[in-house]
Structures are given as structure tokens and as C-alpha cells.
Design a protein around this ligand. Structure first.
Ligand code: F6P
Length: 365
């Protein structure tokens, strides 16, 4: 009697963690088990391909109770680009291309396909690895709290991040009102204003500053003075990538090899300038990684589950190089090139922007 080899797929999660990753992992595993396949988890994104002790079979007991947990049971990193691996040479960190080794190691795993869960960085690396000789067949699952991936209405993780940010903004109203202050809250999002816009509108902010619209300090101050005359306090939500007209993004430290520059600190800059410009006492805070933590919302659990199961269906039909995406109300698939071509930013003429302006929110322009 001839024995056919069991189909085996791998899954890895790359880039910054996002709530809903575990829902994707669970769905990929369950949909695979139903087909009689095995699932190998690769830890720490593509970095796991350089240390095969970081791979392990995922079984039902590993995934049974993870849908409600934030983070990723597989771990992740935003330093693991095989094409730009940081290596110290003569005391200097330089990028080294280790992609051939990554593909060679992949072959040793005996897997038929990879589910790459990540944002634009991870999906671009997966696509590049698939294009190499004997490259890695993959399907992508769009993840990022920033929601800045093209070709999908929304990425999982975004809804949880917005809910966390909105909850914090809600809480700032009472302390701002008690002290007659302007509270400035900085949210994540890199070069896109999705988190700031959504949490700012839902949290009742008076000013929302997003990277897509350079802001004038004078216009922001004039608006805040008007608001404070009416009700004595105000709330500003600012995206970490927001820029004053003619100015630059606020960054933290120098850019590291193989990584994007870290953004942050615009809230402190605003605190100084708005206090002088309005004469009202200001306080600022940076929400930071709180937005990436905690249990995923119901929406993100469902979206992660739909994405994970759809990714397995793509593999089942041999449809590689695609990314699952939400085209409301359907989960569909698109060539991954469409998602990584450029960043998805907030269209300034989008109806949500128009409505926000209609209800008196100032964008600093
Ligand atoms: O891309 C997700 C994100 O949380 C961004 O919003 C933020 O700029 C960045 O990652 C922070 O990355 P790190 O975890 O390396 O500080």
C-alpha cells in the first residue's frame, strides 16, 4: 500500500504585533486540520528561517484558547528582513542579503506553502522570497493596526487599536474639563492618519492632526482658543506622523539598518507651542504600544478568523502570491503586488473627513 505524504503548510507572523494575530493562527490551523494537513509554526517572522529550532508543529492544544489573546503565540520581529539582515562589520552595522539561505532553510522544512501574516514590510519580503529560484510559495494575510495597506478595506488589528485610543480619549475629557486644560494625545499609525481620525472623531476631539494634512500651528491655536471660550477645555488627537507646515516628522533616535525610522514625540512639541499660542495650560501623553496590546475586539477576532480560513482555501486551490482582503461584505483575494504598491493614506476629500469638518473638527489647515 502506498502512503502519500501529508500536506504541510507553515505560518509566520511578522512586523509589529496586532490584536487578532492569534485568531488568524487558530483559523489557519483549524481549516488545515479539517483538510488533513499539518501546520508548522515559524517563530519570530522570517528570522525563524535562520534558526530552525524556532519551528514547531502546531496542534489543537496549542491553539484551542488563543482567539481572545492579544499578541501572537509565534512571536514576531520587525528586524528580520533576510534581504537586509543587520550584521556588525568593523564596528558598523551593515545590511547583508541572506535570502538564499532563507530559501534553502525553507526547503528543509518540507512545507508546501507559507501563510505570511503581516503588513507591507512582511508581505513585500514574502513576495521577494517567492520570486527567487525555487522560491517560497505563499499567501498573505493583511495585518497592521495602522490600516495603511492598499487593496483591503481594513486590516485586522486596526479596530482594537482605535477602540483602545478612543477609550483613552474618552477618559481625558473629565480631567481636561476639571482643570480647564487642553489635552493632547498622540496615537500611532506611522505615515497614515487612520487611527487618529477614527479615534479622534469617536472620542470627541476638537482638533485632529494627521500626516496627510500638514497643519498650521496658528490655525490650531485660533481654533482651540475659540473652543476654550465656549467650554473651557479642549482635546487634540495627533497622529505620530503628523507634520507642521514646512516642518518634519518627529522621530526617535537614528534609523537602524533594515528597519523604518521610529516616529514619536509630536505631542510634546505641540504641548509647548499650544500652551504659548493659546495661553491655556496644556498636557500631553503618548499612547504608544498600549494600542497594540490587549484582547482583540469582536470585529478583529471575526476578521482574523475569516482571513485565516480564506488563506487556507487559497492554498487549497494553489492560488499563490495572493493576499486575502476585505471588500465589504466579502473576503476576497488580490495579487499581493496590489497591496504593497504604495501606502494607503486617508483621502482628504473622503466623506468621513468632510463630515468631521462639518461638525466643527479642525485639521489645522
Ligand atoms: O506599524 C505598527 C506600529 O505600531 C506603528 O504604528 C508604530 O509607528 C510602530 O509600529 C512602532 O514600532 P515598534 O514596536 O518597533 O516601536
Amino acid at each position: 500500500m502506498s502512503r502519500t505524504r501529508k500536506k504541510r503548510i507553515a505560518i509566520s507572523t511578522g512586523g509589529g504585533d496586532a490584536p487578532g494575530l492569534n485568531a488568524v493562527i487558530r483559523a489557519v490551523c483549524r481549516a488545515s486540520y479539517r483538510r488533513g494537513w499539518e501546520v508548522l509554526g515559524i517563530e519570530d517572522g522570517f528570522a525563524g528561517l535562520f534558526d530552525l529550532s524556532k519551528t514547531r508543529m502546531l496542534r489543537e492544544r496549542d491553539i484551542a484558547d488563543i482567539v481572545s489573546r492579544g499578541g501572537t503565540i509565534l512571536g514576531t520581529t520587525n528586524r528580520g528582513n533576510p534581504f537586509e539582515w543587520p550584521v556588525v562589520q568593523d564596528g558598523k552595522t551593515v545590511p547583508v542579503d541572506r535570502s538564499d539561505e532563507a530559501v534553502r532553510n525553507w526547503r528543509k522544512l518540507g512545507c508546501d506553502a507559507l501563510v505570511a501574516v503581516g503588513g507591507d514590510g512582511t508581505l513585500k519580503i514574502a513576495w521577494q522570497l517567492s520570486k527567487k529560484r525555487n522560491g517560497i510559495p505563499f499567501v498573505g494575510v493583511p495585518k497592521t493596526i495602522d490600516n495603511d495597506l492598499l487593496a483591503t478595506d481594513i486590516t485586522f488589528g486596526f479596530d482594537t487599536a482605535v477602540n483602545t485610543a478612543r477609550d483613552c480619549i474618552d477618559k481625558l475629557h473629565s480631567t481636561a474639563q476639571s482643570h480647564d486644560r487642553i489635552m493632547i494625545v498622540e496615537v500611532m499609525g506611522r505615515h497614515a492618519g487612520w487611527i487618529a481620525l477614527s479615534s479622534g472623531v469617536a472620542g470627541g476631539s476638537d482638533v485632529i492632526l494627521i500626516p496627510e494634512i500638514p497643519f498650521s500651528m496658528q490655525i490650531v491655536c485660533d481654533h482651540l482658543k475659540k473652543v476654550c471660550r465656549q467650554r473651557s477645555y479642549a482635546i487634540v488627537t495627533v497622529a505620530e506622523g503628523a507634520v507642521p507646515t514646512g516642518g518634519e516628522e518627529s522621530t526617535v533616535g537614528p534609523r537602524e539598518v533594515g528597519r523604518e525610522v521610529r516616529l514619536g514625540g509630536i505631542a510634546f512639541h505641540l504641548e509647548r507651542h499650544l500652551q504659548i499660542g493659546t495661553g491655556v495650560e496644556c498636557r500631553s501623553l503618548v499612547l504608544g504600544h498600549l494600542q497594540r496590546g490587549g484582547p482583540p475586539t469582536t470585529f478583529d477576532r471575526i476578521l482574523g478568523t475569516r482571513f485565516g480560513a480564506a488563506a487556507v482555501r487559497l492554498i487549497d486551490s494553489g492560488d499563490f502570491g495572493k493576499m486575502v482582503c476585505l471588500r465589504t461584505p466579502q473576503v476576497l483575494a488580490v495579487p499581493v503586488e496590489k497591496a504593497i504598491a504604495k501606502r494607503k493614506t486617508v483621502p482628504p476629500d473622503w466623506d468621513m473627513m468632510v463630515s468631521a469638518r462639518d461638525i466643527g473638527i479642525c485639521f489645522g489647515d
